[in-house]
Each structure stands twice: as structure tokens, then as C-alpha cells.
Design a protein around this ligand. Structure first.
Ligand code: DC
Length: 225
């Protein structure tokens, strides 16, 4: 029997990162945050001075990236790149921008494919991203596509940044989100689109817990847990 995979795809701000984490904890499964990989390639290329205009070098860097996912002494999730703890650095708006650019390069996506597939380990994997259900784990038994209106996603991001003491305008955030959506869904390679057999959830008017319960209900039904 193959190891079960549950994919959760959708645009940024749909809440999929939080949902994927909660679902993986509830099931006791591994978690793959594939967006972090693109963010890491973006960061590594910036640090090493590799231009985003040279696909071959970027792919090479992606293939040999020295990454470690783990947690610190307090149990917080942490990510190391070449031995340096970069968890906060990869979460900035600028890092997101660069991630979106490197993610549009086919050679980079190809270079990260095997790493992602190797994350499928017993007892199971929850994979969070844009193309988990369409490309990386096209054979997944349960695929979820999570959306929320651009307005709602901008509001959530605004609140998140405000909570961190970062002051940005809601209008500017809305514009950025719409730009990034356009680039992620119009690119020719692995565009952001639901798999044909994905179950769609619009989270605009749902709480994180509502969505988590919905997904867990499906998982229990499919895997008879
Ligand atoms: O989910 P995120 O914001 O951390 O993703 C960062 C960027 O990477 C985003 O622009 C989309 C891209 N991405 C992708 O193309 N494919 C994935 N599976 C995950 C993320």
C-alpha cells in the first residue's frame, strides 16, 4: 500500500498553511510546506548573488540546497539554510516576491520535485502548496483546494502584519495579492488551479477550526480512521 497523502492547495492568505499544520498534527502525519522551498531558493540565490535570470544556475542551487526543517528548544518550527536559521527571513514580503519569481521557472520546479516526493513517509503526509494535487502528488487520495476572496486575504495579511507592529496600507496589500495571484495562476508551468478531483472550500466566511474539521472529516471517511 502506498503512503497516504492529503494535498491542500490554494492562494496565499487562504489559510492553507495553518489548516495544513493543524490537520497534520491531528492525524499525526508529516507536513510539507512547499512554499518554504521556493522561498528558500529565493533567499539562497539572493545570498549567493545568483541572478533570477539564469534558470540553470538557480536549478543547480535548488538541487543542492542544504536545508533542514526542525524545531528550536521551545518547540517552535524552524528552518535552517546552510546552517543559518532563516525562519523569519523567508517570511518577509520581499522573500515572497522573490519566491514567486523563482517558482515561475520550470527548471527550479523540476529540481525540487524529488525532494518533495521524498517527504511522503509513513504514516502519511499533508502537503501544502499550489501544485500538490495537480503535479507533485497527482495520485493523492484526498485533494483540497482552499480559496478566500482577495479582499478577505488582504485583510488577514494586514492583521497579521499589524500584530507584528508592521504598518502597511490595506490597499497596497490588496494590490500585491492580486498581482501575485495573477502571476501564480497565469504562469505556463504548474499554474495555480484546482485538480479536477479536488474538493473546493471557500474559507472567506469560515473559521480556521471549521475548515480543519471539514478536512479532517473527509480524511477520516477516506482512510477509515
Ligand atoms: O505559500 P507561499 O506564500 O509560502 O509560497 C511562496 C511562493 O511560492 C508563491 O509565490 C507561490 C510559490 N509556490 C509555488 O509556486 N508552488 C508551490 N507548491 C508552493 C509555492
Amino acid at each position: 500500500m502506498t503512503t497516504p497523502v492529503l494535498t491542500i492547495d490554494g492562494p496565499s492568505g487562504s489559510g492553507k498553511g495553518t489548516i495544513a499544520r493543524q490537520v497534520s498534527i491531528a492525524l499525526g502525519w508529516h507536513l510539507l510546506d512547499s512554499g518554504a522551498l521556493y522561498r528558500l531558493v529565493g533567499l539562497a540565490s539572493a545570498k549567493k548573488g545568483v541572478s533570477t535570470e539564469i534558470p540553470g544556475e538557480l536549478a543547480e542551487l535548488a538541487r543542492h540546497m542544504n536545508v533542514r526543517f526542525g524545531s528550536d528548544e521551545q518547540g517552535n518550527e524552524r528552518i535552517w539554510l546552510d546552517g543559518e536559521e532563516v525562519s523569519a527571513q523567508i517570511r518577509t514580503e520581499k522573500a515572497g516576491e522573490r519566491a514567486s519569481i523563482v517558482a515561475s521557472i520550470p527548471a527550479v520546479r523540476e529540481a525540487l520535485l524529488q525532494f518533495q516526493r521524498d517527504c511522503r513517509k509513513a504514516p502519511g503526509l499533508v502537503a501544502d502548496g499550489r501544485d500538490m494535487g495537480t503535479q507533485v502528488f497527482a495520485d493523492a487520495e484526498l485533494k483540497v483546494f482552499l480559496t478566500a476572496s482577495a479582499e478577505e486575504r488582504a485583510k488577514r495579511r494586514h492583521k497579521q502584519l499589524n500584530d507584528k507592529g508592521i504598518d502597511v496600507s490595506l490597499a497596497a496589500l490588496s494590490r500585491d495579492i492580486e498581482d501575485r495571484d495573477r502571476r501564480d495562476s497565469q504562469r505556463t508551468v504548474a499554474p495555480l488551479t484546482p485538480a479536477e478531483d479536488a474538493r473546493l472550500i471557500d474559507s472567506s466566511d469560515l473559521s480556521i477550526d471549521d475548515v480543519t474539521e471539514l478536512v479532517l472529516g473527509w480524511a477520516r471517511e477516506i482512510w477509515e480512521m
